[in-house]
Design a protein around this ligand. Structure first.
Ligand code: LLP
Length: 422
C-alpha cells in the first residue's frame, strides 16, 4: 500500500511501523488515541533545508506552532535550529527546550506589552513587527526598559499562495504584516525610533503551499524592497522568507526544500545579495509527515446512506478535517482478513456532525482494530483541545531506535486542575 509522505512510516511484514518499531505494540502499551513521531523523519526533513542552505549564512527557525512538544523542540534545538514563536508561551516553551534566546524570533499580529517586555528581558533575536502601531508600542516598552529591540518588519507582499483561505496570509485582504507599498515608510519610521534597532526584513505568505511560483514571487518582491530600503540608508542584515512549504497529504507534490531554496537563492545571487543572512520559518514541512495518530475502532454503524466507522480519536485530537476540510490518509495498522470491506465515514465520538476524520474511505475493519491517521505530526496535537471533556492524547517519540513517552495522556485531574467549584 502506498502511504503518503514519509518513508519512516511503512509496513514491515504486514505491520505498520514507525521507524522500524511496530505501532500495535505502542498502542497496546500506551493506549489510544496515541500520537507517534519519528525523530529521524524530522531530522531528514530538516536535512533537506540544511542541504539547500549549505555554505550560506542561515538560520532555520522552526515554527513551533506546528508541534510544540518539548521533546520535539529539543530535537530541533540540538540540531542547530532557532525558533519562530507567536506568543509569550511559545517563547518560554522554546527556552525550556534549550533554545538559545538569540535564535528566537517573535512574530504575530497582536503581541502584548507584557509579552514584549518578557521577550526583551530574555534577549530574543528579533521581533517581526506586523503593524505601525506595534512599532510605537514596542519602542515605548524598549525605551522604558532602557534597551533597544531588534526588529524586522513583516511585509505583506500581496502574493497569492494558492492555498486554503484560512491559511493564506500574504494577501492585502489578510490581517498579517505591513503592505509592501507601505514598507519603506514603515522602515523610515522604525529607523527614527530610539528604542528600535532595524536588523532585517520578513514575510510569510501562507501554509501548505505546494507550488514554487508563489515563493519566487514573494522573494522578488522582498528583494525589491531590500534595495529600496537600503537605498534610503537603512541597512538590513537578514532576509526572512517565512515558512509555508507544503507536504504530501494526498498525492500533493510540493517541491523538496533544497530544490525550492536553490531556485530562491539563484535570485539572491543574481542581485548580489547571496552573502546576506537568510532566515526561514518552516513548521509543517519539518514535522507533518513525521507523525501519525493511532486510534482504535470503537464500533461500526452501517446506515441507509452512510456507513460510519466510529473511532476513539476525534476533532479535539485531529481538528484539521473539521477546520479546513483537510484530507489525512487513514490506514489499518495491520490487515484484518476476517473483516468485510466497505466504505466508511471515519468519525469520532464528539457531539458534532463536523467531527469527522475522513469521508468515504474504503476499509476492512472490525471493532477493536487499530487505524493510523497519517501526516498527523503538524497542527494536530498543537491544536488539540479538551472539548467534550476529553483528555488530550499521549505522545511517543521514536528516537535512537527506542520509543520514548514524551507526553502522558491527559487525565480529568489534569484538565480540571485550574478550576474551582463554588
Ligand atoms: N511563520 C509564520 C509567521 C506563520 O504564521 C506560520 C504558520 C509559519 C511560519 C509556519 O508555516 P508552515 O511552514 O507550518 O506552513 N493550522 C493550519 C496552519 C496554520 C499556519 C499558520 N502560520 C493547518 O493545520 O493547516
Amino acid at each position: 500500500m502506498q502511504l503518503p509522505g514519509s518513508p519512516f512510516f511503512a509496513y514491515h511484514n504486514g505491520v505498520l511501523c514507525a521507524d522500524g518499531l511496530p505501532l500495535p505494540a505502542l498502542a497496546r502499551q500506551h493506549g489510544t488515541p496515541l500520537f507517534v513521531y519519528s525523530q529521524n523523519a524530522m531530522l531528514a526533513a530538516l536535512a533537506a533545508y540544511q542541504r539547500g542552505l549549505h555554505g550560506r549564512d542561515a538560520l532555520v527557525c522552526y515554527a513551533l506552532k506546528a508541534n510544540s512538544a518539548l521533546a520535539v523542540l529539543q530535537t530541533f534545538a540540538r540540531a542547530g535550529c532557532g525558533f519562530d514563536t507567536v506568543s509569550g508561551g511559545e517563547i518560554q516553551r522554546a527556552l525550556r527546550a534549550g533554545a538559545k534566546p538569540e535564535t528566537i524570533i517573535f512574530s504575530g499580529v497582536g503581541k502584548t506589552r507584557s509579552e514584549m517586555r518578557m521577550a526583551l528581558e530574555v534577549g530574543i533575536g528579533c521581533f517581526n513587527v506586523e503593524s505601525m502601531f506595534e512599532l510605537d508600542m514596542l519602542n515605548a516598552v524598549a525605551v522604558d526598559m532602557g534597551v533597544q529591540a531588534p526588529i524586522s518588519i513583516r511585509v505583506n507582499p500581496d502574493v497569492d499562495a494558492k492555498t486554503h483561505p484560512y491559511i493564506s496570509t500574504g494577501l492585502t485582504s489578510n490581517k498579517f504584516g505591513i503592505a509592501h507599498t507601505e514598507a519603506l515608510a514603515a522602515y523610515q519610521k522604525a529607523a527614527a525610533l530610539p528604542g528600535l534597532r532595524v536588523i532585517g526584513i520578513d514575510c510569510h505568505i501562507g501554509s501548505q503551499i505546494t507550488e514554487v511560483a508563489p515563493f519566487l514571487e514573494a522573494t522578488e518582491r522582498l528583494l525589491d524592497l531590500v534595495e529600496q530600503i537600503e537605498a534610503a540608508g537603512i541597512p538590513l542584515q537578514h532576509v526572512d522568507f517565512g515558512g509555508g512549504l507544503g507536504i504530501d497529504y494526498h498525492g500533493d507534490t510540493p517541491p523538496a526544500a533544497d530544490t525550492l531554496l536553490q531556485q530562491m537563492l539563484v535570485r539572491l545571487d543574481a542581485r548580489g545579495m547571496g552573502q546576506r543572512k537568510i532566515v526561514l520559518e518552516p513548521g509543517r514541512s519539518l514535522v507533518g509527515n513525521a507523525g501519525v495518530c493511532v486510534t482504535e475502532v470503537i464500533g461500526l454503524k452501517p446506515g441507509a446512506v452512510k456507513n460510519f466507522c466510529i473511532v476513539d480519536a476525534a476533532m479535539n485530537d485531529l481538528p484539521r478535517p473539521a477546520m479546513y476540510q483537510a484530507w489525512h490518509a487513514i490506514v489499518p495498522l495491520q490487515a484484518n482478513a476476517g473483516a468485510e470491506a466497505s466504505t466508511y465515514d471515519v468519525v469520532g465520538p464528539v457531539c458534532e456532525s463536523g467531527d469527522w476524520i475522513g469521508c468515504d474511505r474504503p476499509l476492512a475493519v472490525q471493532a477493536g482494530d487499530w487505524l493510523a491517521v497519517m501526516s498527523a505530526g503538524a497542527y494536530c496535537m498543537s491544536m488539540a483541545s479538551n472539548y467534550n471533556s476529553r483528555g488530550r492524547a499521549a505522545e511517543v517519540l521514536v528516537a535512537d531506535g527506542a520509543a520514548h513517552l514524551i507526553a502522558e495522556r491527559e487525565t480529568l485531574a489534569d484538565f480540571t486542575q485550574r478550576e474551582r467549584t463554588l
